[in-house]
Write a protein that binds this ligand. Structure first.
Ligand SMILES: *[C@@H]1O[C@H](CO)[C@@H](O)[C@H](O)[C@H]1NC(C)=O
Ligand SMILES: *[C@@H]1O[C@H](CO)[C@@H](O)[C@H](O)[C@H]1NC(C)=O
Ligand SMILES: *[C@@H]1O[C@H](CO)[C@@H](O)[C@H](O)[C@H]1NC(C)=O
Ligand SMILES: *[C@@H]1O[C@H](CO)[C@@H](O)[C@H](O)[C@H]1NC(C)=O
Ligand SMILES: *[C@@H]1O[C@H](CO)[C@@H](O)[C@H](O)[C@H]1NC(C)=O
Ligand SMILES: *[C@@H]1O[C@H](CO)[C@@H](O)[C@H](O)[C@H]1NC(C)=O
Ligand SMILES: *[C@@H]1O[C@H](CO)[C@@H](O)[C@H](O)[C@H]1NC(C)=O
Ligand SMILES: *[C@@H]1O[C@H](CO)[C@@H](O)[C@H](O)[C@H]1NC(C)=O
Ligand SMILES: *[C@@H]1O[C@H](CO)[C@@H](O)[C@H](O)[C@H]1NC(C)=O
Ligand SMILES: *[C@@H]1O[C@H](CO)[C@@H](O)[C@H](O)[C@H]1NC(C)=O
Ligand SMILES: *[C@@H]1O[C@H](CO)[C@@H](O)[C@H](O)[C@H]1NC(C)=O
Length: 351
């Protein structure tokens, strides 16, 4: 294995996930406050509508349930839910083919007309019967919302539905649903499957947590780095060089549609004496994963940082060699790679 020669640049990694921004069509935007009549704004601009007058969507027989405890310090989005002890679905009118982002919000509470939601065990399937969540439970997460995010291909010939299917003698629930279009080009290069993608990790490296303009959450990488002494946080760089739309020589320049620029303004760089920086991720061995790594050379002189990015042993990409791409001669240019490692991997090495 080759070794990282100079500093590692801004890097963040996320698995089974890609990155959109534009809304193709407002008609296909759904933000639903399930089981409630009230409109709720969760974060600025992220407004969920109550279900008193559903527009463009419907749901099958099920119950609206409400938290009997009504704790004040949690969004009212999480104090109501739609629940049932038999399968139920939400059906959405979709007017354009494309890739859509779906987020399902779950937060367990106790209700008079239902059980303690934390006892529910259920699955979530899409219109093609693809399992988004299997034997899902919010046990141990009472009052701590769990948000599951998916990227799905939807054809307008589908009558798009999300099915909530309880295990025998259990029930299913959901507190809120987001469904809106992602740009057509958000799928990773060479990822040809139509299977839904499930976001597993999304990290900003060396920075603070970020919520972006489409409410993607970027967590810190601190708990994924294998050796804290291998890397230090680089001084943040506020002036990025965004003059390379589209990219240069096969490298994709990034922009705010791909990822918020703030994630490119922070980085980790190697400590003197370490040979690599390694991040570890626990993943399911039953799934294939996409890794997208984002870089921006905000460390030292441009062209000085040449290193390899590895995902386990089966993916390697040389980064920073000017003879591979002239993009590397400029500093502070955001760019990214996506890879689908050939077999499963349990860690991401950068050497
Ligand atoms: C979201 O709701 C807030 C407060 O109710 C409102 O001020 C804002 O304009 C809404 N934003 C959108 C995008 O609808
Ligand atoms: C629901 O049950 C769990 C244990 O199963 C318990 O920890 C939690 O406090 C209960 N929630 C409420 C709101 O009663
Ligand atoms: C999904 O599964 C259900 C029940 O197993 C079945 O009735 C339905 O036809 C299936 N739908 C598709 C699109 O395969
Ligand atoms: C869910 O878990 C139960 C018990 O652990 C198991 O019997 C069942 O087969 C699982 N269901 C699915 C769809 O995996
Ligand atoms: C919930 O917590 C208990 C005790 O901490 C643990 O044994 C159990 O596996 C947890 N369940 C889930 C679904 O995480
Ligand atoms: C996509 O496939 C082409 C042809 O196999 C290859 O040259 C290219 O490097 C691949 N791109 C990525 C990001 O893996
Ligand atoms: C991101 O949004 C969540 C609510 O969804 C909020 O709790 C959190 O504080 C926000 N984080 C930042 C860094 O804005
Ligand atoms: C952002 O980058 C993506 C992918 O490289 C590209 O398709 C899109 O047009 C770019 N958006 C802007 C506003 O430049
Ligand atoms: C890195 O360490 C080497 C010896 O291990 C030393 O010669 C060099 O000056 C150090 N560089 C920096 C930037 O500290
Ligand atoms: C990365 O560096 C650590 C020491 O910091 C070393 O144990 C490990 O073997 C290195 N991994 C690779 C792939 O070079
Ligand atoms: C950069 O790439 C060229 C051509 O592939 C190669 O000859 C050279 O050794 C590389 N430079 C470094 C520092 O790896």
């Amino acid at each position: 294995m080759e070794h990282l020669r100079i500093p590692l640049l801004s890097l963040f990694v996320f698995l089974l996930n890609l990155s959109p921004l534009h809304f193709l069509s407002l008609a296909d935007d759904y933000f639903i406050n399930c089981g409630s009549h009230d409109d709720v704004s969760l974060t600025p601009g992220q407004n969920f509508s109550g279900e008193s007058k559903p527009v463009g969507y419907s749901f099958s027989k099920s119950k609206a349930v409400k938290d009997i405890n009504q704790l004040p310090d949690i969004s009212s989005l999480y104090k109501t839910a739609r629940s049932f002890n038999k399968p139920f679905y939400y059906q959405f009118s979709i007017t354009e083919d494309g890739n859509y982002l779906v987020r399902l919000h779950f937060s367990a509470f106790s209700s008079s007309s239902s059980n303690n939601l934390s006892t529910a065990v259920f699955g979530v399937l899409d219109s093609k019967n693809f399992t988004l969540l299997n034997n899902f439970t919010t046990k141990n997460t009472t009052y701590s919302p769990v948000i599951k995010e998916f990227f799905l291909r939807i054809d307008i010939t589908d009558s798009f539905r999300l099915y909530f299917t309880p295990q025998p003698s259990s029930f299913a629930f959901v507190n809120a649903i987001e469904l809106f279009p992602a740009p057509a080009d958000f799928i990773a290069e060479n990822y040809t499957s139509n299977l839904p993608l499930h976001t597993v990790y999304r990290l900003t490296i060396g920075g603070s947590p970020v919520n972006d303009t489409i409410w993607r959450k970027w967590e810190t990488d601190d708990s994924h780095i294998s050796d804290q002494n291998s890397a230090k946080k680089a001084p943040p760089e506020n002036a990025l060089n965004l003059n390379y739309r589209g990219g240069i020589e096969g490298l994709l320049a990034s922009n705010e549609s791909v990822a918020p620029l703030s994630v490119y303004q922070t980085a980790r760089e190697m400590m003197n004496g370490s040979s690599n920086i390694t991040w570890f991720f626990s993943v399911s061995s039953k799934a294939r994963h996409i890794v997208r790594a984002h870089f921006c050379d905000i460390v030292g002189q441009p062209g000085n940082s040449i290193f390899n990015l590895y995902a386990n042993a089966n993916f390697r990409k040389e980064v920073g060699n000017i003879s591979q791409s002239s993009i590397f001669q400029y500093s502070a240019v955001p760019f990214y790679y996506s890879a689908v490692p050939k077999t499963n991997f349990l860690k991401t090495d950068s050497t």
